[in-house]
Design a protein around this ligand. Sequence first.
Ligand code: SF4
Length: 203
Amino acid sequence: MSETSKEQELEIIAKEVAPCVRCKLSSTRTQTVFGEGNPNAEVMFIGEGPGKQEDLTGRPFVGKAGELLTRIIERGMGVPRDSVYIANITKCRPTVDLKFEKDRPPEDDEVIACSPFLLRQISIIQPKVIITLGNPSTRFILRTKEGITKLRGNWGDFHGIPVMPTYHPSYVIRNGGENSPLKRDVWEDIKKVLDRLDWKRPG
Ligand code: SF4
């Protein structure tokens, strides 16, 4: 599949996602957050769902967690953010009691409703490595009930694509941020990805 046709395929899905009312999250969103990045990306990051800033801008990982993810990509991996692909399981912001105040992980019915879009994104992009961020995306992609603390840093598999689970940037921020030992864990996980891809570690 050429780059143009991958882009076109992704645009077709994005057009389906924008007016989607398959689950209750459609009732509160400002807009859907489809995902963004290089259609030919070798690395695809998958988070759980958009937060406040993402809902307002229509872009994934643009709040504080997004800034940390961008640093992980640009400093930790040594590549521009737009060279990878970033998406979430749900394309609308999940909030507690649908009050649109406090973010929460997606519920099972929302994952079931929305995940076909993500699966189509993966099948078009065909990344060489998937990095799952936090429990919901790791459990969904690896079909497990195990928690991220146990799974992180260990390779999994998604239909032949190697999967590296690591902590969600929001979780790192909530637990000490830049100085957190969790951040060092994320760096270690990223180094394993670089080695697997045979990418040079940034100096
Ligand atoms: S979360 Fe997904 S399935 Fe639910 S309304 Fe939004 S786009 Fe549709």
